[in-house]
Write a protein that binds this ligand. Structure first.
Ligand SMILES: NC(=O)c1ccc[n+]([C@@H]2O[C@H](COP(=O)([O-])OP(=O)(O)OC[C@H]3O[C@@H](n4cnc5c(N)ncnc54)[C@H](O)[C@@H]3O)[C@@H](O)[C@H]2O)c1
Ligand SMILES: O=C(O)C(=O)C[C@@H](O)[C@H](O)[C@H](O)COP(=O)(O)O
Ligand SMILES: [Zn+2]
Length: 372
């Protein structure tokens, strides 16, 4: 009997198809669903905050279903998405004698998911992995779609691979222990789906965001709807040859801010960069005459009501000069022939890919923003 309180979102990607389960209580029964993948061993990768809360529950559930388990714990925070901890995780997976038929299980937020997923992509040239996302951000975004990787001093996520998970278990009860700052950060990616192509979902967010934060039925709804939205894009364009770039709305600015703040989570976390980036993308669109100013104001009002930063001057410790920002943006993966590609919008729910944006137009816009 399927559990009515659990929502299943399929990701139909042919021989890389998988399912996302969303609901409360999935961690306790994770062993059953993961064992169904047919592995004999699982290397759990987690971080120092999540491990003490949830790794034993997961390991016990896996062992009850006959899987040999091991746990590797990395430090929490964006700085862990780096070469050094990639080596730590790869070595731990090899040490645990994980074979190609076995599994890496990422138990944590997007940092753990991106790092463990990348390790799974490269160890033995590819072992399967399962995502057990524990932040709002990872449940609505990073656990889905197969982008894995680490940061480089040259820029964000510049070393990585597409490697789809075999299963995603998004237990929304785990968000009960998530710090408010991280809840807010993840919420920026929820709002992003409304801004991309679903104005009705954005309006739903405006009405229901407090329920999402409080853990009411709205939370499961927001996670499931976000996963459906992301899965639809990924299925259309798995490797970002086209439409998938829409999921980068707000990220050209956001990633530049993360690089400038040296991936220091105390100063800025990814979702905060995205929140500022979403506002900048809308204000930039408005400044080019593409989007009503009222829509840009509505985006800012909502993110701000949810407690997110919306302006460059809200970056702790400052965001550098306009030239620093432009420099960081020059390494964006969407750059083509030296020209920037932005995701712009002609209104809420009406985003589009805009190639060939001149650096001068971005410079002029950022100068205004920086002095605002
Ligand atoms: N691969 C993708 O498609 C994709 C999409 C979006 C973001 N990302 C990446 O995700 C990363 C950000 O992920 P994040 O926002 O989840 O941050 P994170 O992984 O750093 O987690 C945030 C903090 O919350 C803690 N935490 C996690 N779950 C918890 C819980 N249930 N209870 C208590 N504490 C908990 C963590 O230890 C950490 O301190 C960035 O590196 C970003 O680039 C990737
Ligand atoms: O899945 C995607 O595609 C996204 O762009 C989702 C983003 O929220 C996410 O931050 C992603 O990691 C950014 O990808 P990148 O290719 O710009 O590094
Ligand atoms: Zn993101």
């Amino acid at each position: 009997m399927p559990d009515a309180s659990i929502t299943t979102v399929p990701v139909p990607l042919g021989d890389r198809a998988y399912e996302i389960y969303v609901g409360r209580g999935l961690l306790q029964e994770a062993g059953q669903r993961i064992a169904a993948l047919g592995a004999r061993a699982a290397a759990i990768v987690t971080d120092e905050h999540v491990g003490p809360l949830y790794a034993d529950i997961l390991a016990r559930s896996l062992q009850q279903h006959g899987l040999r388990t091991s746990v590797v714990t990395v430090p929490a925070g964006e700085a862990t998405k780096c070469y050094a901890f990639l080596e730590t995780v790869c070595d731990a997976v090899l040490e645990a004698r994980i074979e190609r038929g076995d599994l890496v299980v990422a138990l944590g937020g997007g940092v753990v998911g991106d790092l463990a997923g990348f390790a799974a992509a490269v160890v033995r040239r590819g072992v399967r992995f399962v995502q057990v996302p524990t932040t709002l951000l990872s449940q609505v975004d990073s656990s889905v779609g197969g982008k894995t990787g680490i940061n480089s001093r040259h820029g964000k996520n510049l070393v990585g691979a597409f490697h789809q998970p075999s299963l995603v278990l998004a237990d929304t009860a785990l968000l009960d222990t998530l710090p408010l700052r991280e809840m807010r950060a993840g919420y920026a990616e929820v709002v992003k789906y409304g801004l991309i192509d679903d104005a009705a979902f954005f309006a739903w967010c405006e009405k229901n965001w407090q329920g999402v934060f409080a853990g009411g039925p709205e939370r499961n709804e927001a996670v499931a709807q976000s996963c459906r939205a992301k899965a639809a894009v990924v299925v259309r364009d798995e490797r970002e040859d086209g439409d998938r770039a829409l999921l980068n709305l707000g990220h050209t600015f956001g990633h530049a801010l993360e690089r400038i703040t040296h991936y220091n989570s105390a100063r800025l976390v990814h979702g905060e960069g995205v929140a500022i980036g979403l506002c900048l993308a809308f204000r930039f669109s408005a400044s080019l005459g593409l989007c009503p100013v009222a829509d840009a104001e509505r985006v800012e009002a909502h993110l701000s009501a949810a407690g997110l930063p919306t302006r460059l001057n809200q970056v702790a410790g400052g965001c550098g000069t306009v030239e620093d920002l432009l420099d960081a943006m020059a390494q964006d993966k969407k750059v083509k022939g030296g020209a920037l590609t932005f995701i712009l919008a002609s209104g809420i729910g009406k985003s589009f890919i805009a190639p060939g944006i001149s650096v001068d137009s971005v410079r002029a816009f950022l100068k205004d923003e920086n002095s605002a």
